[in-house]
Design a protein around this ligand. Structure first.
Ligand code: NAP
Length: 536
């Protein structure tokens, strides 16, 4: 069915986005007997893994954990090949899921939702797409992703540049061949750090523009040991249940140490950090129980990584520029494969733009630090308008003409990161105020999809035609989210968790910290008849 043929269709639910969230949400609602119309701006499923095809892109949560658990047959039959899955394999998995559960027929592809308006009398959302389609739905579910609105800074003269430009989060499907080219990468977050070693291998010359150095630990990716995979699959339920109890819903199989970094001798500290550095990945931050407790305790872990950077990078001046002077784990930690080693290559140059920003783009390249650089291609690894960007790109109008953009002008306000007062029957998957980006995304997505599906079936069974977050419950929830972040070191740096990467974005810490607590609180709300939601 073409997108246009859908016009005027009335359905139970519109699902926006065919990533991991939209796919599972659709599967559940269809199983419940509801009619669903999905819309997806890409031409196929996969979400994040559809758009982020840059060289070196892979997941930083281990494969056996970064996958759906809702179908035992699926998790038993699918075989991952590496400890951390590369993007093409995750996209193949998303395609497999879409085929296996026959999900594509519910979606219109290459159709972006541009507006959604609630009619309070009929209790119906009217949803419009950029292709001129209009459909009506009782429920509107936004599965638009936390990191899907690409952020390209408003560089002066950008349109003057005559070379090619790319954003890591909107990479061409056919790939890019940088052979023989002079390439710039702007940005050293996860996407920059993952892609830089690969681009360096291909390009004639690579120039990296770094505004803030980032902490990165080796991922230690390797082929997935079939014996390990088989042992996990032998009791996958237990493995998943253990992960569910972890603060970020993954990483139960390697010890999370509770002792204080202050109680260890310098030799003990070093040995422990070496062990965790050797293991690879995010568990590095669990080498001691109090790395995140204070700047003083954090400094031990940060110093260890700085020491490693200085050991790896041969030129001490370059190593200095690469050493972050901040709290480790405050910005999202990166898991890399040969990132710092890349700066030992003769064709790689690092430009520090921390004290004076990139001045402007020109026909041939860009000016920075008073120097003119010339490039054939520029890669923007400049991140995303995270968590709120994709939602606010859509004109969402709730009760009494209230616009979501206006309501969130000082920062997002939600109840449970799922709903916002004034917007009945609208649910956000992994929205601001939920664990989302601070947890295994697939686990957070499954929990939200099941929660939303249960809420809808609860309402339908009772003849409740609208569920809306109460303002009071929302205000209290926002306070809880804030209090939890204020008790940590997270507010002490300029991260995208706070919106600090997008000029003018309100500085508000958006995710809820602590997956198990979140689940307990959300379940309590459900058990008490969705207390905190008004029902009509
Ligand atoms: P990011 O972490 O926001 O990094 C963007 C980079 O661009 C930063 O280094 C930033 O510098 C720089 N930048 C932004 N504006 C700039 C400007 N005007 N001039 C110079 N530099 C500028 O974005 P990302 O790397 O795409 O990662 C975002 C998130 O996506 C990650 O944190 C992670 O959650 C997720 N991700 C995950 C994976 C994975 O699973 N492996 C891979 C990629 C991404 P400042 O730090 O100074 O702002």
């Amino acid at each position: 069915m073409s997108d246009r043929d859908l016009s005027g269709r009335k359905v139970d639910a519109v699902v926006v986005g065919a990533g991991f969230g939209g796919m599972y949400m659709t599967h559940l609602l269809v199983q419940q007997g509801l009619s669903v119309q999905g819309f997806e701006r890409g031409d196929d499923v996969g979400g994040t893994w559809y758009w982020n095809r840059y060289p070196g892109c892979r997941c930083d949560v281990e494969s056996m954990e970064y996958s759906y658990k809702f179908s035992d047959e699926l998790q038993q039959e699918w075989e991952w090949s590496e400890r951390y899955s590369p993007q093409p394999e995750i996209l193949a998995y998303a395609n497999h899921v879409a085929d296996r559960f026959d999900l594509r027929r519910h979606f219109a592809f290459q159709a972006s939702v541009i507006s959604a308006t609630y009619d309070e009398v009929d209790k119906v959302w009217t949803v419009d797409t950029n292709t001129g389609t209009q459909v009506h739905a009782r429920y509107l579910i936004m599965a638009t992703g936390c990191l899907s609105a690409a952020n390209i800074p408003d560089f002066q003269g950008l349109t003057d540049f005559s070379g090619q430009t790319y954003h890591t989060g909107a990479w061409p499907k056919e790939g890019v061949d940088f052979t023989g080219q002079r390439v710039a990468v702007i940005g050293t977050g996860s996407s920059g750090i993952q892609s830089i070693p690969f681009i360096a291998e291909q390009a004639e010359h690579l120039t990296v523009f770094q505004r803030t150095p980032n902490f990165s630990v080796p991922a230690r990716n390797k082929p997935l040991d079939p014996k390990l995979a088989a042992s996990i699959k032998a009791d996958y339920g237990r493995f998943r249940a253990d992960a569910y109890q972890q603060p970020a819903a993954f990483g139960a199989h390697f010890p999370r140490r509770e002792d204080s970094v202050l109680g260890a001798s310098p030799e003990e500290r070093d040995a422990r950090f070496e062990e965790y550095w050797g293991h690879g990945g995010f568990m590095f931050l669990s080498a001691f129980g109090d790395i995140g407790a204070s700047p003083e305790t954090n400094k031990f872990a940060a110093d260890f990584v700085r020491k490693k950077i200085r050991e790896i990078v041969k030129d001490p001046k370059i190593a200095d520029i690469l050493c972050p002077d901040s709290i480790i784990g405050c910005k999202r930690l990166v898991a890399d494969s040969g990132y710092f080693e890349t700066y030992n290559r003769p064709n790689v140059e690092l430009v520090d733009v921390s004290s004076s920003p990139i001045e402007r783009f020109t026909d041939a390249g860009l000016n920075a630090n008073g120097t003119e650089f010339e490039f054939d291609a520029v890669v923007f690894a400049t991140g995303f308008d995270a968590m709120t960007g994709a939602l606010l790109q859509i004109e969402i109008e709730g009760r009494d003409g209230l616009s979501l953009k206006d309501k969130w002008s000082a920062g997002p306000r939600t109840f449970l990161g799922l709903a916002s007062a004034g917007f009945p029957n609208l649910f956000m998957m992994t929205g601001p105020g939920s664990p989302s980006v601070l947890a295994n995304m697939v686990t957070g997505i499954e929990q939200h999809a099941e929660y939303i599906a249960d809420a809808i079936s609860w309402a339908d069974e009772r003849g409740v035609s609208s569920l809306e977050a109460e303002l009071d419950a929302e205000n209290k929830w926002v306070e809880v989210v804030n209090m939890r972040s204020e008790a940590t070191l997270y507010p002490q740096c300029n991260s995208w968790y706070l919106g600090a990467n997008v000029p003018g974005k309100p500085r508000v810490f958006m995710p809820f910290i602590g997956f198990p607590d979140y689940v307990a609180m959300a379940d309590k709300v459900a058990a008490q008849g969705y207390e905190g939601f008004s029902k009509t």
